[in-house]
Design a binder for this molecule. Structure first.
Ligand code: FES
Length: 145
């Protein structure tokens, strides 16, 4: 059911934990299953993401996708991190079973929420970034997988 990469990131998740005095943090919940994800970002003066950590009360697929998502955004500029969508994360993991696709949205939403928090603190605008939704299932119907 799960690819080797998903199993690897589930069994050995990267970047679990928290960052003290993070540049931005984002917490999102999934109304359907009640799972919660929090992302911490450490962003330097050049706008490069130096570190990224996550904590979750999510399922195995949420753990694996968050682990991969944190690996993908580390070292990236904010604009490049905005391109790390749940689709990109799933591709990097060689796919997820269709019933688990919604779990991958937690990481994307939490990263965006953390970037939003950073932008608010800095008083800057990040191109293409929308305010975080408290319910990640809002608007899910419009998404194409
Ligand atoms: Fe809730 Fe996967 S079932 S995040």
């Amino acid at each position: 059911m799960y690819s080797d990469k998903v199993m690897d990131h589930f069994e050995n998740p990267r970047n679990v934990g928290e960052i003290e005095n993070a540049s931005g943090t984002g917490t999102v919940g999934n109304a359907k299953c009640g799972d919660i994800m929090r992302i911490y970002l450490d962003i330097d003066d050049e706008g490069v993401i130096r570190d990224c950590k996550f904590k979750t009360f999510g399922c195995g697929a949420a753990v694996a996708t968050s682990s991969m998502a944190t690996e993908l955004v580390k070292g990236k500029s904010i604009q490049d991190a905005m391109k790390v969508t749940n689709k990109a994360v799933m591709e990097a993991l060689d796919g997820l079973p269709p019933v688990k696709v919604h779990c991958s949205l937690l990481a994307e939403e939490a990263i965006h929420a953390a970037l939003w928090d950073y932008a608010q603190k800095k008083g800057i605008k990040i191109e293409g970034l929308k305010p975080p939704k408290s319910d990640i299932h809002e608007g899910e119907e419009e998404e194409e997988y």
